[in-house]
Structures are given as C-alpha cells and as structure tokens.
Unconditional design. Sequence first.
Length: 357
Amino acid sequence: MLIFRQLFDQDSSTFTYLLGDSQTREAVIIDAVFEQATRDRALLEELGLRLMHVVDTHCHADHVTGAWLLKHHLGAQIGLSRHAGVDGADNEFMHGDHVKFGSRYLEVRETPGHTSGCVTYVLDDETLAFTGDAVLIRGCGRTDFQQGDPSALYRSIQTQILVLPESTKLYPAHDYRGITMTSVAEEKRFNPRFGGQISEQDFVGYMNNLGLPHPGQIDIALPANMRCGRPENDEIDDGLPTWAPVKQTFAGVWEVDPQWLVEHLKDVVVLDVREADEYDGPLGHIPDAVHIPLGSLADRTDEISTDRPVVTVCRSAARSAQAIVLLKRAGLSESANLSGGMLRWRDRGYVVIGGVN
C-alpha cells in the first residue's frame, strides 16, 4: 500500500510530496522547502517512515530547497537532474532512472523547458506524476530564465507527460489558486497554453509574450539551491527553541520528552493546567508544579515566572498543548508541552506528589 501526502508552503505556494511504502516504511520526499523541514521530519516520525531520498523536480527560483537540511538530519540521499548543475547531489538523474523506496519506485522523465534541468517523476504504476513546473494546473512554468526554452517545454509536455494514461493524476510544484491536482485528460483538453489543437508555434508565441515580473526570491533561492540548500556556513536555524531538545509535532506543537524534564526540573517552570480535582487526584502532580487550570490561564499568565522556560502538563498533553498557544499570546514564547502528559509521566515511574499507586 502506498502512503501519500501532499503538503503546502504558504509563502512560496509550493507543494511538497511524501510517498512511502507501507511495508518497508521507506519513503521519498519531492520538492522540500527549507523552512518546512521541521514539519516534514515530524510527519515522517509520526508515520514511522524512514526517508531514503529527497528529490527536486528542478532547481527552484522561488524558494530554498530543504534537501540538504533533510539529508543532514535524516541521512537521505539528494537527487535531481544531471543537467541541473548543482553541487552536493548524491544522485544526478538521467532519463529512465528509478528512485526506489521499498518495493515502489518513481521513474525519472527529463522534461526540460522551464529550466534545462527539469524532470517529472512518474509512479511505477503510472497513476501519479509529479510534474514540477513543467505542467501546472491549467498552465505551465515560465521559460524566460534559467535556460528556459518554450519549444523544448512544448515537446517535453507532449512527449513525456501527456502520453501518460488519461487517468494519471498530475501533481505540480506550485498552485496559486488553492487547486491541488489535475489529470492528463483535463490538461489535454482544457489547458489554455498547450491543450486541444494548440501547436508548438502557438505555444511559443504565447510563452514569449507573457511579460512576467522577475521572480522576487531568485537572487536568494538560486545560489542556495545550486548548493542543494546547504547554508553557506553550515549554520542551521530550524526555528526550534534552543533551551531544550524540543521537537515539533506535525500539528505544530512544541514538545519535550519526560526524561529531559526529570533531569531539568529546577531549570523550568512546570505549569499544570488540569482542574483542581485532577491536580490532587489519582495521577498526582509533578513536584513544585504551578497549578493554573486552563480555563483561567489567559487571565493569570502574570502569575507565571518569566525567568525560566515553561513546560505545560495535563492528563494526556491535549489541554496543555492549547496552554502553549495562550502562553505565546501572552509573550511567554519559551514554552513547550510535556509529551504524553501525566499518563506517560506515571507510566515511566517518575516521582509524583500525591496520587494513587
């Protein structure tokens, strides 16, 4: 069974795709975004997947790829076209190559035209294809920079993408209107740039007169992407706090492990947001925990010391996750949720005050 997720970066309108083999748990990510690498790692961990490959459809001009960052953290291999001319790729793909993950694979099809190094990744059974900027939904990538060539793009689309079964679902690298996918049949019929009876001459004339503005991020994105997203000084800023080994869940919640908290109880404020009967109830509470029920927290944040980070806790880590939101609104940004809450704390046998043995 195939595991498939489509992810989105709001700032660059970029789609990132995760595909995994449910049996071997091996996975591949297509078109990762640097700022979303923490999100992608969280999803991989929650789904129990091991990232084997992080690949790009082309050298992007509108965002920095997350390829190097995911390789740094997870050991995945970086791959993209042999014509991309980048430094740091583990695999430089040729037409017909396979990107394997478990018993599944993506076939590499060279589809230049938007850039000289564009490829489309086609799933082994041809049910899905990831077209990058070669085919967008009712559009296509521009051809006026990065060795773009409208004639080459037209031929790529006609001979490598539209020849797939009409039922093949097409997933682009971007969409700016909130549309998530299309199909070969739809684009053959309705695409205003290359569908229907539009000829190569029509297409070239259309593309040569788009008059689009210069991409706003190209001067930042392209130099970084020529290094596969590797920072110039290898300085990594993934946006996570540095006061603890904080992890971000796929839901966006910052969490710390109970074992870390056991070893650093004196370094943080433990904030218990359960009701009074729970705080003194069967599960007990963590030593020296500050008790403020979630329902009154918004009005009582001034009671919380600001000289140390805050770790929130409740029964199962659900209410305490909402407490993090309230704390951040009050300016207490150095805060994280206790993973698993009091249930996990008790299950691991850590010290509590009160409670029932």
